[in-house]
Design a protein around this ligand. Sequence first.
Ligand code: ATP
Length: 571
Amino acid sequence: MKFSELAQFFEKLEKTTSRLEMSQLLYELFSKADKEEIDKVVYLTMGELVPSFRGLEFGMSEKLAMEALSKASGTKLSVIQKLYKELGDVGKVALEVIKREGKGLSVSKVYEELFSIARARGTLDKVMLLINLLKALSGVEAKFVVRIIVGNLRLGVGEATIIEALALLLGNRDYKQVVERAYNLCSDLGLVAETLAQKGLEGLEEFKIQPGYPIRMALAERVADAEELIRRLGRCAIEVKYDGFRLQVHKKNNEVYIYSRNLEPMTEMFPEIKQAVAKIDAEELIVEGEALAVNEETGEFYPFQITMQRKRKYQIYEYSKEYPLKLFCFDLLYLDGEDYTIKPFIDRRKRLEGLITLKNTLELSELRIVQSAKEVEEFFEDAILRGLEGIMGKRLDAPYTAGSRNFNWVKLKRGYKGQLMDTIDVVIVGYFYGKGARAKLGIGTLLTAVYDPSSDTFKTISKVGSGFSEEEWIRLKEILDEIKLDHRHARVDSLITPDVWVEPKYVITVSADEITRSPLHTAGKTGDEPGYALRFPRAVGFVRSDKRPEDANTVEEILRMYQLQRKIKVE
Ligand code: ATP
């Protein structure tokens, strides 16, 4: 396939405001791609070269891209900079200054060149390579190439939409589950597309876990109290809910790979865990656990902030000496060629107990098998007294359901009076200029949404106008303006029109007093029934770098929280 054809599809995808049209367009695009390059088409559509868990980045700023554009098009840098100020997007600048025809490069060729740019060590090399590439491209092609390079493709095509398009490739939307299963086991949509194109339905159905490819993590539902926990799970396991980093650790041929909750590569951040897992008596293995810093002297856990600091530290090794982490292992997903995700939890745990024998960097999560609400209550009270945020409940006979949130795992958290028992993660979909003092900042309120996986859309739930400092508002405006759109994004469902629409990209955490019904918001709205909204929402912290938009809370979770809140009120 020619790259110009891919760019034409990108143009159409960028303009569409309907998600169904988006999946239809993607289906057409994937049908046209050759078997050998469909993986590349998928990655490029997501603005990547490889899945994000491989951690390959371009390392090129807008500034460098502009320099390359200036040289490749023979336009003065000052003219380019002025255009960038006006248009706010290097892609549009490229379209403006590159007027010639392209040389008709193929997708594979452009991909290869992009790969060399990402791989090049020095800035100078990167710029040179980009200049050469741009010289062979038309304006429209260059628009998307530079956007990919600066990490801002702006198509906003989500995984779920790609999965749907791949299902259409198999015949119809009913095949979504097969595609999703394979995706949940490897987190690599390019690989899934390639398998589909080369081996068809059968290849996907036989898709297997491979250490080195992260499994999409299983998540927990909420319960209101100990009674509900027992009612839902019966005789079950309960564990302490540790407040640290969730990690999935892979071992393969003496190499160890560590992935975060949102599947980013984290191996280098946890040298002590890497070392400890390398010593486990297994050739190939995938375990999950929660990592946190423990005070060696008192045995107490350090607050989450101390554990988190490691993310920002450069001297990780020294830091790992000062605040060594422990990994509290709670699940085993794969062991020496055997898929453990399909086995019952209790069997996985037993095998895990056989593997984690030394109480050192790796420990087993604290677990108890219970059958009454009273036992749950006691364990919960004890956990709270120890300063923990709650407990987890796990069904004994349940498999590990990759990539899904259901009642196989539940969480019971401590609630606070007059406040929702949990914070909510929402996605910013637009903003308002603001009134009064805020007007001078040009931003005063955010329009936020929660995720609806069934339609792969973001449905609005609240305006958020408090919780940020003035500096944070300024920074927010800067980062939101980089992703602003001329129209509502195709995956956003809203009855409210903000002053500025943005691509659903950034997640923030908010706390609120309660969830109320509201006709203004689309989260949970059905027919004439009103949707749900947050009462007195305020932001907690800044943008969550560890969550993707699809990791925000879902509409269904909001409904659950609404029901739980009513239940607690009645009691
Ligand atoms: P939260 O903000 O409440 O942690 P979340 O959306 O990040 O929610 P949930 O699925 O709701 O994730 O809660 C499960 C999380 O709790 C896991 O992702 C994991 O990080 C953490 N956790 C802590 N202790 C355990 C444990 N013993 N078993 C499983 N998960 C645990």
